[in-house]
Design a protein around this ligand. Structure first.
Ligand code: GDP
Ligand code: GDP
Length: 437
């Protein structure tokens, strides 16, 4: 699903973080164990009137001297302009309008984006007159809120969702394969895109009339149609915020959200970094298919074992995505780039693979015969039957007598049995256990 993206901007201390927490409420979809993402809550999911969105708090950089603050604020605004469907510009109703607000306001106004001004800290109706000076920003009627008291939040959310693009859920065709190249700066993502697009094997297509064509690249390879998500960010090199890890992570996470298949690009010389682990964890938690591409393979001194050693190390660090195939490429020489495209096809097929209930239950029954489900305090787990309820990623519902007996290790065992028969290379498999009398 494509969620709309809401970015919160504003100078320090106007109440952005407070508002962020109010907007996303308790519905934090990023699971607690996504490494590194939750500690610093910059990114969370919200829902209002059945519309799903992602809120990004662009603030949170350490306030330093005036000059640095201004630079950071410009980065925030640029990032928001690039990424957001709706920009929420928070101003401080107690302090009033100042020159920094004006400067942010100018940038936002010029962008032509949907901007909502939220005049914060209006904790009582007595303060309402404070709001008038903010009309001067030329960004329409400011919404009156108090993030701390939770006042005006419902109206604000109404206004936010009003501005979501209509086609947010349907702006990609079903048969389009959506691929995100993810990985740290300098691992070779842009070179890879250029290599793929520079070759005659692909036909680059433009889809006119979509808002997405500016940032995504469409092309055909073989019988398939692809879109590489957010290629503008890769091809237009080094926008001013790209050097800030926080922003490159946000940018990557939003690309993951919009994709089906993530190609995690790793620099062979550097190996898997902590940021790679975070991003892979996020892709996995969100049920995305994953391919690991070890790039700059041309630079590696190799003997016959080198790629096996690399694989072993990657499996050790990224143990939670053992299903992800690993491919060694060079974006520079084009080595195995064709193979990568073929692999994307294979993984896409697996991501969409549906196995019949009959076959699934044959596998499950056989698995149960070989290895009985766990028992506890005289209760033995019993599996009645299973069925695949969805694809992208494949998800199985299994009916059992005692849900709580389905331990992680047994689920893993079932998963392996299914993979032994069907591979499902590149795609996560999800299970839901339902209790049946
Ligand atoms: P940020 O730097 O923009 O993220 O601002 P914070 O959310 O950290 O808030 C800065 C300060 O303003 C904190 O002391 C908050 O308690 C306070 N604050 C935030 N929202 C409100 C509000 O609605 N009313 C009042 N009176 N204070 C607020
Ligand atoms: P990005 O930041 O991930 O988009 O990385 P770039 O595509 O800008 O690449 C960063 C640097 O690595 C550039 O100097 C590239 O020429 C170089 N590079 C990218 N891919 C390869 C490769 O496969 N082999 C070698 N030797 N250099 C590469």
């Amino acid at each position: 699903m494509n969620r709309a993206i809401v970015c919160i901007v504003g100078r320090p201390n106007v109440g952005k973080s407070t508002l962020f927490n109010k907007l996303v409420g308790k519905r934090i979809a990023i699971t607690e164990d996504t490494p590194g993402v939750t500690r610093d809550r910059i990114y969370a999911e919200g829902e209002w009137l059945g519309k799903y969105f992602t809120v990004i708090d662009t603030g949170g950089l350490e306030p330093e001297n005036e000059e640095i603050i201004m630079k950071n604020i410009k980065r925030q605004a640029e990032m928001a302009i690039d990424t957001a469907d709706v920009i929420l510009f928070v101003v401080d109703g107690l302090e009033g309008l100042n020159s920094t607000d004006r400067e942010i306001g100018n940038m936002l106004r010029k962008s032509g984006k949907n901007v909502i001004v939220a005049c914060n800290k209006i904790d009582t109706p007595n303060f309402k007159n404070q709001v008038y000076e903010f009309y001067e920003l030329g960004l329409g009627e400011p919404m009156i809120i108090s993030g701390e008291q939770g006042l005006g939040i419902g109206d604000l959310l109404d206004e936010i969702v009003k501005h979501f693009p209509e086609d947010k859920d349907t702006d990609y065709d079903e048969d389009l394969i959506r691929v995100a190249l993810i990985g740290k700066p300098n691992v070779g993502k842009s070179s890879l895109i250029n290599n793929i697009l520079g070759e005659e094997r692909v036909i680059v297509t433009n889809i006119p009339g979509t808002t997405r064509d500016a940032i995504d690249t469409y092309f055909n390879f073989g019988d398939n149609r692809y879109v590489f998500i957010d290629t503008a960010g890769l091809r237009r090199k080094r926008s001013i915020y790209e050097d800030v890890e926080r922003y490159s992570v946000i940018r990557t996470l939003t690309a993951v959200d919009r994709s089906d298949i993530c190609v995690l690009v790793i620099d062979a010389a550097e190996g898997v970094t902590e940021q790679d682990t975070k991003i892979a964890g996020y892709a996995h938690d969100n049920g995305k298919a994953i391919i690991i591409a070890v790039n700059k393979w041309d630079l590696v001194k190799k003997d016959s074992n080198t790629h096996l050693e690399f694989e072993k190390e990657i499996r050790r660090v990224l143990g939670f995505i053992t299903y992800a195939p690993i491919i060694f490429i060079s974006a520079l020489t084009g080595q195995r780039v064709d193979k990568l495209l073929e692999l994307i096809n294979v993984v896409n097929n697996n991501y969409n693979l549906r196995i019949s209930t009959g076959v699934l239950n044959d596998i499950v029954n056989e698995a149960v015969l070989m290895n009985q489900p766990p028992s506890d305090k005289g209760k033995r787990a019993k599996i009645y039957y299973g069925t695949q309820v969805s694809v992208r990623p494949p998800k199985f519902v299994i009916f059992v007598n005692y849900k709580e007996l389905m331990h992680f290790s047994y689920v893993r065992y079932l998963e392996n049995q299914i993979r032994n028969h069907f591979g499902f290379v590149g795609t996560p498999i999800q299970f839901e256990f339902r209790q049946k009398g």
